[in-house]
Write a protein that binds this ligand. Structure first.
Ligand SMILES: *Cc1c(COP(=O)(O)O)cnc(C)c1O
Length: 366
């Protein structure tokens, strides 16, 4: 067989490794039921109202969607109080991240700053776009190193990325912290705030800069329907970008990346306040329960503003992961985030949470 070459930076790519699906685990371990608390998905599933809307629109699947998803963009703009022109809807917020890297950075010249133990997409996109990336160190508690990020920026820095609330630590930056960072960045540098978990930060007004979007000239906020809205499988997210930047990115993007059913579902999800509020109360209750119970089991637990908690167990996480899997529970070991001593578990239903805690107790003390 003939070997074809690709761009040199692609040759040594480490692939993104997602967690196993429930079906894969069932087959591998011969299990009837599996509790999945590994991917920060919505414990309530997909809203019944949204499911109905997807079915009602199924027959329209032969049509192209409207380019740039304008009805959803308008709905988001109304609910967030930002100009419609600033909203860019994507195939998951991952697509917006990818577009920003490719369109803002100049290959071989620009650099991007994020911190260590961050979401793998940033490093992946930087490599793919041919941009230098700088991973700023964190302290022993993994606090978000915003001041050090400002120091690491120079005139070639095109983006500084903060995940808030952070994945996997659950820590969040306050609006004041973000305002300070935004104010000291070089002139042409964006402060990208990945707000995939912002719905779970409490109280929201202390954390999201979107409420004062017109006061920040250089901020891009990234949001998703994958977590609080329970639509991870439909792939829909969005960015709120400075006016002119949003227009330039729209001109250059690939058309029709957000499908017609995803647009209908996301509009319905935004309007379904009952499901959203139930999700929030379940998550807030669950993360408090996890924090208390994991502490009782001798784990160190980080305070979470998200729908998961990070903890350091008193035993090797790789072993715990295997033992839990055999008993039909999957959580996330954090070796791939550069945190081999830690694990992440997302909030499930109350019953799933209790089963996880009981089973972990058996694994640790058995
Ligand atoms: C889940 C997640 C996203 C959202 O990804 P989608 O592409 O919208 O599903 C973005 N950033 C972080 C840090 C995440 O954990």
């Amino acid at each position: 067989m003939k070997d074809f070459t690709v761009r040199p930076e692609i040759e040594d790519f480490a692939p993104y490794v997602p967690g196993m699906t429930i079906e894969q685990i069932q087959e591998l371990y011969g299990l009837n039921s599996v509790i999945k608390l590994a991917s920060n998905e919505n414990p309530l599933g997909t809203s019944p109202i949204v499911q109905k809307v997807i079915c009602q629109n199924a027959a329209r699947a032969f049509r192209y969607p409207e380019n740039h998803t304008p009805r959803l963009a308008a709905t988001i703009a109304r609910s967030e109080g930002v100009p419609e022109e600033c909203v860019l809807v994507g195939n998951g917020s991952d697509e917006i991240i990818d577009m920003l890297f490719r369109m803002k950075g100049i290959p071989g010249k620009s650099n991007v700053i994020f911190y260590e133990n961050a979401f793998a997409m940033y490093r992946m996109c930087a490599k793919l776009a041919g941009l230098e990336y700088r991973e700023v160190k964190r302290d022993a508690e993994y606090a978000l190193p915003l001041a050090a990020m400002a120091e690491a920026a120079d005139e070639n820095t095109c983006m500084v990325i903060v995940t808030s609330p952070d994945n996997p630590t659950g820590l969040a930056a306050t609006v004041d912290d973000l305002a300070t960072l935004s104010g000291v960045l070089p002139a042409d540098c964006l402060l990208v705030v990945d707000e995939a978990y912002i719905d779970f930060a409490w109280p929201p007004e202390s954390y999201t800069p979107v409420q004062a979007f017109d006061q920040f000239e250089n901020i891009v906020a990234l949001r998703t329907f994958s977590k609080a809205y329970g639509l991870a499988g439909l792939r829909v997210g969005y960015g709120i970008l400075p006016h002119k930047l949003a227009a330039l990115v729209k001109n250059a993007r690939i058309p029709f990346t957000v499908n017609l059913l995803a647009e209908e579902a996301a509009i319905a999800a935004l309007e379904d306040e009952v499901f959203y509020n139930e999700t929030l109360s379940l998550v807030m209750r669950g993360r408090e329960y996890f924090t208390d119970e994991l502490t009782k089991l001798g784990c160190k637990v980080w305070p979470s503003q998200s729908n998961f908690v990070m903890f350091q167990p008193p035993k090797d996480p790789a072993e715990i992961f295997e033992e839990l899997l055999k008993k039909g529970i999957i959580i996330r070991p954090l070796k791939s985030f550069g945190l081999p001593q830690c694990m992440r578990v997302n909030v499930g239903t109350d019953t799933e949470n209790a089963t996880f805690i009981k089973t972990l107790g058996e694994v640790l003390n058995g």
